[in-house]
Structure formats: structure tokens, C-alpha cells
Design a binder for this molecule. Sequence first.
Ligand SMILES: Nc1ncnc2c1ncn2[C@@H]1O[C@H](COP(=O)(O)OP(=O)(O)O)[C@@H](O)[C@H]1O
Ligand SMILES: [Mg+2]
Length: 328
Amino acid sequence: MLITENLGKTYNTKIRKSLFKKEKVVTEAVKGLSMEIKEGQIVGLLGVNGAGKTTTIKMLSTLLEPTNGTISIDGYDILKDTIKVKKLINMVAGGERMIYWRLTGKENLWYYGQLYNIPNDILNKRMDRLLKLVDLEKSKDVPVERYSKGMKQRLQIARGLINNPKYIFMDEPTLGLDAPIAKELREYTKKLAFEEGKAILLTSHYMHEVEELCDYLYILDEGRLITEGTTKDIALIANEERILKIELANFSKELEEAINELCDNTQSTLNLSKKEILSEITITSSKDVSSEIAAILSNNNASIRKFSLVEPKLEDAIIKLSRRNEYA
Ligand SMILES: Nc1ncnc2c1ncn2[C@@H]1O[C@H](COP(=O)(O)OP(=O)(O)O)[C@@H](O)[C@H]1O
Ligand SMILES: [Mg+2]
């Protein structure tokens, strides 16, 4: 398990105001962040630009030293047992950073493998397996500068797995990728967590991606943790109203009365549009009344064509949460 406690990072920078004047700028990029990531779990780290996501990932990846707090990975302290920790972790960054364009795909992996002192026989086997995993076997001897965007991104993943890490930190891994390539990458990510038991921390701007992949979320705003919880629970925050949409092929007076009564009792609003063939019913409620409605429909022998509960959207929840924080 990965545990951070009260993690913080302050950047001290100087900006030149004029030829002789420099101004000191102090940015508290991450403040008091405590979180946990377990094996086989994909955890999302969300927040608007400048929230502190990349800073957090850099601290977890040992690229930046925290100003306060602790990070422990499988019981090892990231600062005291750095060599042990480095064997357990790796990161996958979005875009085209961290790969050498003049080298071939295979040479890139070999180079990074050497940095980890992986014995040659193990490294050779691992490279073969990874090139197969990311579907770059055929192009392994081609210089990376001739790779497509998707191929470069897949090589990034292979690079991030070269030390067979248990913990993988992904910072916007699908940024700027075409939809089919991004989809492919999401599939790999799931495979890594659910089949290979890796623990993954993911940052992303794409809410549908987060909804698809992550089961637990930490939401940062100006460096501070504002909410954490399962993706479902957080999405529900936005949806104080649940919307049930039903289409029926027959509609009786008794049925209408029964639905009306339920709506009165549950402070729900009913919207009815009766048409010749199909009748559409929309019920908006603060509670989930779907099972009560289902019982009424069945008691009245309604012929149901459509019955759907509109799923709450994570995107709305995030907007709502950051707004709430603005006024807190
Ligand atoms: N190297 C740096 N030096 C000074 N300030 C930085 C540096 N990197 C990031 N920051 C500042 O720290 C805050 C958090 O940035 P970052 O971690 O990149 O956020 P995110 O990845 O969520 O967009 C921002 O205010 C940013 O301007
Ligand atoms: Mg970032």
C-alpha cells in the first residue's frame, strides 16, 4: 500500500521584476495531502489546472522532495529507503517526454533498463514481453522519430513498466491523443490494474476517462484536498435530483392516479406527455423512486418500452465542488 501523510510542497521562486530587482514568490502547490493507494486499484487525482496534481505525482515518483509530510510505499519511507522505493514505482507522463527520438523503441527500453541495473537476461525477456504488450514488436527497431503519436505513447507505457513496478503514476497519459489511441491506452491501464494487480494513480482532464477507470477519487483545489470518495458517491453530489425516464405503450387513468399519488408523497415532479402510441413520463425527485414506480407499473400491467434512471455526471459534481470551495 502507498500512504501519504500530510504531504506538502512549497516552491520558492524568484521572478525578475526589472534589471536589478527580483521578487520572491512562494507557491504552496500541495498542502496537507493524505491519501492511500492499494494494489489492483486505479485511483484518480483530479482538480483544475494548477491544483497540484503534477507536483504530487513528481513527489511520489521521487523527482521532487516534499517540503512536509511523509510518503510510505510498502512500508518503505520514500526519503530514507529511496533505492528500495525506486524499484517499486514508475511514472507514465503524457505527451512525448522521457523518450529519445534518435533511438529505436527497443534502444529506449534498453537505456532505461540499464538505469535500473536490471540484469541483461531479465531485461531482454522483459523488453520482449513489453513490446508485445504495447503492440510495438514490429516497429521495435525503427527510430522513435518515425513513430506515430500513438506508438510513442505506447512506448511511454512500456518505458514506465521496464522495472516491473508495483505502483504506476500516470500524469495525463491520454493528453492530446486521438480517441481510438486514448481508448486503447485505457484498456491497457485496466489490464495493468485488474489483471496484473498494479496500483495506479491517474490524473486526467477527461471526466469520462476518470468515470470509466477510477473507483476512488481524490479532488484537489489550490493544493488542498477538498473531497475524497468513490467515483459513484462523488458523482452523486451533483445530482441532488434524480431523473427517471419511462416510456409506455399503454396508459390508463388508474396508472396516472397511482403515479400522481407517489409523486405527491415523495415531493417528486411529474412530467407527462401522452401520445397516440407511446406515453413519456419523466419523474424528477430528490430520492430514488425507481422501485416504487416499477411496482406501480407492474400492478397496472403497464407495457414498458423504456425505463431509465439518468446517471449523475462526475463533471457536474467537480464543478459544483470547486464552486462550493470558492465560497467556503
Ligand atoms: N517548478 C515550479 N516552480 C514554481 N511553481 C510551480 C512549479 N511547478 C508548479 N508550480 C506551481 O504550483 C502549483 C501547482 O502546479 P501543478 O502541480 O503543475 O498543478 P496541476 O498539475 O494540477 O496543473 C501551480 O500554482 C503552479 O504554478
Ligand atoms: Mg499537471
